[in-house]
Design a protein around this ligand. Structure first.
Ligand SMILES: [Zn+2]
Length: 240
């Protein structure tokens, strides 16, 4: 090994880590702005987190509009929730923490106050184990099945208990009268799944009362087998 090789190696490692951190921060801000600009979360609502290799997270700050984030001011939170750098994190940290804890495959979480998903969460007929029927293949492939958890005041740490109660079986969760929380194995996957959930909620509202044909149990089984989906339960239940 030439003299200084180990030192150079570690310098390159540090530089790479800094580059990755910058890329991740920019990616969070780019997706956040895109969601905001399409009207998917108003004002300073909504938050995004990404799990880091050290067990901590990068999280969007409290009272920050997703449309106008500064990559340098994102909150860097340690594994036990302590602030390491940046602005104070969203007060909805407990719901992110509970979902990461119970769904260990999650690398990113998106939470929005998107209109159609919020509307869906208030309808009386919603099955808390499958908030939407199997309407489209892409809903099932990206969002899976969606659980509905009862209403909690924003920032109420009791929401964490409700999310832990789902035992990590759901990647997409609807908070009643509040909005969706969606986990993905990457930030892009979490964003796309949240968009799919919102669009499917919109379709449900458009078709409500019109007796639409949903995917049949056979079609759902075919998708599940072809794409290796692991849906929490038989999604044909309760939606005849
Ligand atoms: Zn919220």
């Amino acid at each position: 090994m030439p003299p200084g090789a180990a030192y150079q190696g570690s310098t390159a490692g540090v530089e790479e880590a800094i580059m990755n951190d910058m890329k991740l921060r920019e990616e969070i801000c780019r997706f956040a702005r895109s969601l905001f600009e399409r009207g998917l979360t108003p004002g300073s609502s909504g938050n995004i987190s990404v799990r880091l290799d050290d067990g901590g997270w990068l999280v969007t700050p409290t009272n920050a509009s997703l449309g106008f984030l500064d990559p340098a001011r994102l909150s860097h939170v340690g594994a036990s929730g302590e602030l390491i750098g940046g602005d104070r994190p969203t007060k909805e940290i407990p719901l992110h923490a509970a979902l990461y804890e119970s769904r260990t495959s999650a690398r990113a979480i998106v939470h929005l106050h998107s209109t159609h998903a919020v509307a869906l969460s208030m309808l009386p007929e919603i099955d808390p184990r499958a908030a939407l029927p199997p309407m489209t293949p892409y809903y099932l492939m990206r969002a899976g099945q969606t659980a509905l958890v009862p209403y909690y005041r924003p920032g109420d740490t009791a929401v964490a208990g409700a999310i832990r109660g789902l035992a990590g079986r759901y990647s997409s969760i609807l908070l009643a009268n509040h909005g969706p929380v969606v986990a993905g194995d990457s930030l892009e996957a979490a964003v796309f799944a949240t968009e799919e959930l919102e669009e499917t909620a919109k379709l449900y509202l458009l078709l409500r009362g019109l007796n639409p044909r949903y995917l049949t149990p056979q079609q759902v089984a075919d998708l599940t087998a072809a794409y290796g989906l692991s849906l929490p339960a038989d999604s044909s239940q309760g939606h005849e």
